[in-house]
Design a protein around this ligand. Structure first.
Ligand code: ZN
Length: 250
């Protein structure tokens, strides 16, 4: 029988689900504040209108629903058939009438949430594969969705800001980005960087490998904004210079 509340009792996972749901509400509110004609203008994602962002976030929920169903049933269902198929689907959905686009966004989010709610405790540790080919436990879908909804709400470029994010989200984003850089550092010859949030304890600084890193200073939210490639407001080097463009995140 379908549950009305999450079947998992894991307190860590429940807190992560709450952060994802708050992010969905943050995104949905930002979308609701946009009139239909305002969807046609560029977003903060290069080459994408707000329509593309809404389409992508809705389709991302569907893709993560497929991973959650995979965990529940053991039947392999990838996020996307291929990167080309993913991109084509976004391009197509971005052309939908505004009402249909909003429906896609809302319905896909609810569907994902229902799949999460009904996922049995043990299935959260079932292995699934991300679009990048990483093997992860199903519980990782919660973080994958969390970063999408919060960051893309900002990409709608209608007033939402990293400074409105909960501190634990900002900290996890910083850890996520710097961790991604570290994993790719040798292969892509990424620079040694050290991010120092001025509004956190000293041990919250995060760095890639290497001696004499370039030190970047700012509020944690501004560092996360810069590190995810969204702009350099509020971030300076230790010498007070503007920061360079960050390496790509994902
Ligand atoms: Zn995205």
């Amino acid at each position: 029988m379908p549950a009305r509340t999450d079947r998992t009792t894991d307190p860590v996972l429940k807190a992560q689900l709450l952060l994802a749901r708050r992010g969905q509400a943050f995104f949905s509110r930002a979308l609701a504040e946009l009139r239909n004609h305002q969807l046609d203008v560029p977003s903060l994602v290069p080459g994408w209108t707000r329509r593309h962002v809404v389409a992508h976030v809705g389709l991302n929920a569907r893709a993560l629903t497929r991973l959650t169903e995979w965990a529940a049933t053991g039947v392999e269902t990838p996020m996307y058939a291929s990167p080309e198929q993913r991109d084509e689907e976004i391009e197509f959905a971005a052309t939908l009438p505004a009402r249909a686009l909003r429906h896609l966004s809302a319905h896909a989010a609810v569907h994902l949430d229902v799949e999460w709610r009904d996922l049995p405790e043990e299935a959260w540790d079932a292995t699934v594969r991300t679009a990048q080919g990483r093997l992860v436990p199903a519980r990782e879908t919660v973080w994958m969705r969390t970063r999408e909804v919060w960051v893309h709400a900002v990409d709608l470029d209608h007033g939402a800001s990293f400074r409105q994010f909960p501190p634990e989200l900002v900290d996890r984003l910083l850890a996520d980005v710097v961790g991604a850089w570290r994993r790719r550092q040798d292969a892509e010859h990424l620079p040694a960087l050290r991010l120092v949030p001025v509004d956190r304890p000293a041990d919250a600084a995060r760095a890639t490998a290497g001696d004499e890193p370039l030190v970047l200073v700012g509020r944690a939210a501004d560092l996360a904004h810069w590190a995810t490639g969204r702009g350099a407001t509020g971030v300076r080097t230790a010498d007070g210079d503007p920061p360079p463009a960050p390496p790509r995140w994902l």
